[in-house]
Design a protein around this ligand. Structure first.
Ligand code: ADE
Length: 421
């Protein structure tokens, strides 16, 4: 493990010599994230984040490297830790370190090391915390009461839910922008990003055919919708489980079979959780599953599938492929858990593709600048991304893809603002 010295911590990564390798995925992501590049370049030589220190707790991927380099170009000092112990791309960590970003992340951190890395970035007295999942925000609230944070951002549904709970309790210590709630984030990243990258992870891990399989998708939020849609694209038989009657009805109307997990567990071949909830697939379900069933989680935390039950109630456990563990239950059936039940698209693949992350991370970058410029006028609440930013990101993305659209005419503007026909 390479550790820097000096008063300010320089970071802790697996292997600095990977920096040369890391430049290639960085460049690949850069050329495939034109809307983010355009946003960064729109500032020219201005440095709206000059003097700001940002603690970033994001998955350390090639896409994150483009965001980090952009924030640096805008003048910020950056400290980066991972948003999950198993998702860091070590060559990217090395590349960013070689560019002067203080990175505390490596693939395969223990849970203790993971939180130590988060503490390391928070100790540097950041002005802004940029988080994915809420662990940095929560650690900051619990362990760093003496901070100078002017605001934060949050990338994902799970993190926004946690921050809203903090806010409801009157304990949120600074304004937070819920990047997750921007249309240009959840419509594309949560739905198409997760939809594609979940199968990317599942296929890399298993190398099995999805066509004709009974694929059970738990949760029909934006993530579940994307996964179900992609599963249908493989000509799988898709079953949705839900607890929300509206979403369950929507899944039915979208043409999917809907049933409780107690029933789905008996017939599914592949199970993918995407609920953000705890214990969605429990012991009683695992016991009912067919021999050979495959279990994967696409939610942020590794709590959706009861891994503890598998650990405590199996007669044997062995690794059968990279990212695939076989558990044999006492009833003799073998179940295959992908990526230890952690977020499958980032553990067994590379996460969402750059073309969706360019929108999510444009929102992150613009929200950081917005906080830097407007924090005096913000309360300690969870805010949506300002509509102006959301629209700007959509416009940039359309332009990057090469799509032009119509403009509202003067007659239409009048028509829309007047109730008389
Ligand atoms: N979350 C999901 N996919 C990601 C990616 N490619 N980079 C960073 N965070 C992500």
């Amino acid at each position: 493990m390479a550790m820097g010295s000096g008063k300010k911590l320089q970071g802790k990564i697996a292997d600095p010599s990977l920096a040369f390798e890391g430049e290639k995925p960085y460049s690949w992501a850069y050329r495939n994230m034109p809307a983010l590049v355009k946003t960064i370049e729109s500032y020219g030589d201005a440095r709206p984040l000059k003097g700001r220190t940002i603690a970033m707790c994001l998955h350390v991927t090639k896409e994150t490297s483009v965001l980090a380099m952009g924030l640096k170009k805008l003048g910020a000092s950056l400290y980066l830790s991972a948003a999950n112990p198993l998702t860091t791309q070590d060559e990217i960590a090395a590349y960013l370190s070689s560019k002067g970003i203080k990175v505390f992340a490596w693939r395969g951190e223990s849970s203790g090391e993971y939180f130590d890395c988060i503490r390391s970035i928070l100790r540097e007295k950041p002005d802004i915390v940029m988080d994915d999942g809420g662990d940095a925000h929560v650690t900051l609230h619990e362990e760093f009461p003496d901070n100078k944070i002017i605001g934060g951002t949050e990338e994902t549904t799970t993190g926004v839910t946690r921050l809203k709970a903090l806010s409801r309790d009157g304990r949120l210590g600074y304004p937070v922008i819920a990047v997750n709630n921007a249309y240009t984030k959840f419509l594309f990243d949560n739905r198409y990003g997760t939809g594609q990258s979940t199968f990317d992870g599942l296929l890399r891990a298993t190398s099995l055919l999805m066509t004709g399989k009974k694929v059970v998708v738990s949760g029909y939020g934006w993530v579940g919708k994307g996964i179900a849609k992609r599963a249908r694209g493989f000509d799988a038989h898709v079953i949705v489980t839900e607890v929300d009657p509206l979403k369950a009805l929507e899944a039915h109307m979208d043409g999917f079979e809907v049933m409780p997990m107690s029933k789905a567990s008996e017939i599914g071949d592949v199970f993918i959780t995407a609920t953000g909830q705890i214990s969605v697939i429990r012991g009683e379900h695992l016991e009912m599953m067919k021999d050979g069933a495959i279990l994967a989680n696409a939610g942020h935390f590794d709590v959706e599938i009861s891994v503890k039950y598998l650990e405590q109630n199996s007669t044997s456990k062995r690794s059968v492929r990279q990212f695939v563990e076989e558990y044999q239950l006492k009833n003799g059936k073998r179940l295959y858990l992908i990526g230890k039940g952690r977020i499958v698209n980032l553990v067994a693949a590379e996460g969402h593709p750059p073309e969706v992350m360019m929108m999510s991370f444009s929102n992150q970058l613009l929200s950081a600048v917005y906080i830097s410029e407007n924090y005096h006028n913000l309360e300690n609440k969870v805010y949506d991304v300002p509509e102006k930013i959301d629209k700007r990101v959509a416009k940039n993305a359309l332009e990057a893809i090469g799509i032009s659209i119509d403009e509202v005419t003067e007659e239409q503007r009048r028509y829309a603002s007047d109730w008389r026909v």
